[in-house]
Design a protein around this ligand. Structure first.
Ligand code: ADP
Ligand code: TYD
Length: 219
């Protein structure tokens, strides 16, 4: 795989922690600062991956075995990577994704038995890309769940797992962040949106080169 020139930023955290809100706000702020930004999400982000999103998030929760679910999320990610993420990084853009592989490590790796080895094996074989920066929007699961339940929609698949699972996910994300301090930035999400957005932007600007440096041709 060629070495991309752009910057890959992801947002992770439990359902309702404010990832989508913060991803959107960071994209807006970086665009205002003159950066070229692609804002995307998982599962989804490309045409094929959005079709897989509907398969995994709607309908009977027992429709897929845990192993099949890993394959579906990884298939969606592979399409997203090929069609959207890597072309944008190759063009020198900043890509901001609302969730990425860390979500599979948590949700598929931990929620229905321990399938971490299968998740990691498939990631190494089919994805092989890690973000430059990952914002973990951390918060108490009770608050996150109340926020997530406040939204209307048919995509309730993992929110329905309840507070026990979300607590396990939160602990798992914090453990993952501690294991990868080179890319994780943990942000306290249980504060007003503006305060969270200010911290996220400051941390992002700290890590980013000036706009011209990102898209300048190599060599
Ligand atoms: P996620 O993508 O992590 O599920 P969202 O950004 O969709 O979270 O936010 C979930 C809900 O909580 C939305 O209704 C959003 O407007 C609200 N919300 C997001 N951030 C905050 C915050 N800091 N304080 C209060 N409500 C928030
Ligand atoms: P998302 O739309 O980000 O939900 P939310 O806004 O509630 O956080 O993601 C939908 C659900 O998909 C969410 O419950 C987490 C789950 N998910 C996985 O289980 N594995 C994955 O690899 C990804 C990307 C998401």
């Amino acid at each position: 795989m060629s070495s991309p020139r752009g910057i890959f930023i992801t947002f992770e955290g439990i359902d309702g922690s404010g990832k989508s809100t913060q991803a959107r706000r960071l994209a807006e702020a970086l665009r205002e600062a003159g950066h070229e930004v692609v804002l995307t999400r998982e599962p989804g982000g490309s045409e094929g991956a959005e079709q897989i999103r509907a398969l995994v998030l709607e309908g009977d929760p027992d429709r897929w075995s845990p192993e099949t679910e890993i394959l579906l999320f990884t298939a969606a990610r592979r399409d997203h990577l090929e069609k959207r993420i890597l072309p944008a990084l190759d063009a020198g853009r900043i890509v901001i994704s609302d969730r990425f592989a860390d979500s599979t490590r948590m949700y598929q790796g931990l929620s229905r038995g321990n399938l971490q080895a299968q998740v990691d094996g498939l990631h190494a074989m089919m994805i092989g890309v890690e973000p430059d920066v990952t914002f973990l929007i951390d918060m108490d699961p009770g608050t996150g769940l109340a926020r997530a339940k406040g939204r209307q929609g048919t995509e309730e698949r993992f929110e329905d797992f309840g507070e026990g699972l979300q607590r396990q996910m939160r602990d798992g994300f914090l453990t993952l962040a501690a294991a990868h301090p080179e890319r994780f930035i943990v942000i306290d999400g249980a504060r007003p949106m503006d305060a969270v957005a200010t911290d996220v932007l400051a941390a992002a600007l700290d890590r980013l080169p000036a706009p011209a440096e990102i898209s300048a041709p190599a060599g």
